[in-house]
Ligand binder design. Sequence first.
Ligand code: BG6
Length: 461
Amino acid sequence: MIKRVEVPVEADVVVLFGATGDLAKKKLFPALYQMAFKGALDADVVGVASTKWNHEQFVANAFDAIRSHVAEVDEKILVELDAKLSLVVGNYEDPKVYQDLALALADKKAPVIYLAIPPSLFEQVTQGLAAVGLTDHCRLVVEKPFGRDLESAELLQEALERVLPEERIFRIDHYLGKESVEDILIFRFANSIWEPLWNRRYINSIQITMSEDFGIEGRGAFYDGVGAIRDVLQNHLLQVVSLIAMEPPSDLSSQFMEDEKIKVFRAIDPLKKEDVVRGQYVGYLDEPGVAPGSRTETYAAVKLFVNNWRWAGVPFYLRTGKYLTETTLEVVVEFKHPPQLLFTGSQETSPNILRFRLGKNDGVDIELLAKAPGDNLETLPVQLNVEFSAALGERQEAYERLLRAAMSGDHLRFTRIDSVLESWRILENVIHDETQVYPYFKGTWGPEKVDDLIPQGWIDL
Ligand code: BG6
């Protein structure tokens, strides 16, 4: 039975499970620093970890992390942060760690407990928290992937719901914290010029690429049990699909937003074997932590359709991979040709393109045709570009926004369980299927086999 407790809106403490881990180092401590720098960290920070560090070691490591990820660090803010930080050390299997944590939080009314730990530990840790009464009033933040497939996600949800209600569960997909990704909504629904074109009559295809020119960076033990489909496609890329394809929500409440996204997911049939190409970079099997002969994919490309009035027949191509040619995150909207090709030149080969650049230097590019100089009525492609940081100023980091949102109980940038389950349903056949994994060389765009999926080829990035 879940105890219903009135939880104050603003969190008074953030608890980080996995406080000595990779995510804490790269993302969470820098985010906490930024909040403190802006005067927006009105809470203590309690780390929980099995590494036997004392307070000084913990703080020194947190500060190292901050110094290596923040351009200019204000030492005064670090002093303030030091006063807020503490560490509880213990093994997650041992009930004592939860008792120690409960003691450390004795005077706290609204803890946010962030599980920055491998998903396989979520259930155990949540049970530990429940045993000492912490789930009666905490908000729980869980990292992706939520489950490994449809069934395990359902089971995990059941386990969480036994001890705390959905309104206090915050599922992270950090792409929803990216301002560049949120901009898709503004672009589509704050500008009236796109809506008449945003459908199957004018759009030929949507191509989404999330590529990285680096590998698994020492995360072999985690990554090998996950792979590109579960790591990126099921969550980050499908969320981008939903923002591109959704109908306008009635308002911006998390409920209406999620309602619209879920309609998109429901309109996507479960992918079949032939809709997917999996790849593995040559050299992956030598990475530390990777099982001998592993068939885990480090590259995945899929073709899917959103079967509704707006999108029927328009292919959505998604690809992601490690050690590809470049690091980029882009959505390319390819428009259809005009009904009559009147001019000579590049008209046939250069469709209008709208490109959302969502990674570093995010912005929008539009590719149009213009008259080539000279006597003839000949076309040449031209580009209109805007770089948002130059035009509008610097963006905030996703994790900073997500931590702030969880601390004030705002669900807008988190995924709801029904949409997570829908995304697993779409991928169910292909994650359990022993489809072939094609090798590819580092620094390429992945296995050539992908040409079968997208015969016309990807539009250049
Ligand atoms: C994470 C994945 O969720 O996203 C990583 O686990 C990936 O494998 C990362 O590198 C990419 O995030 P970003 O914000 O750099 O696009």
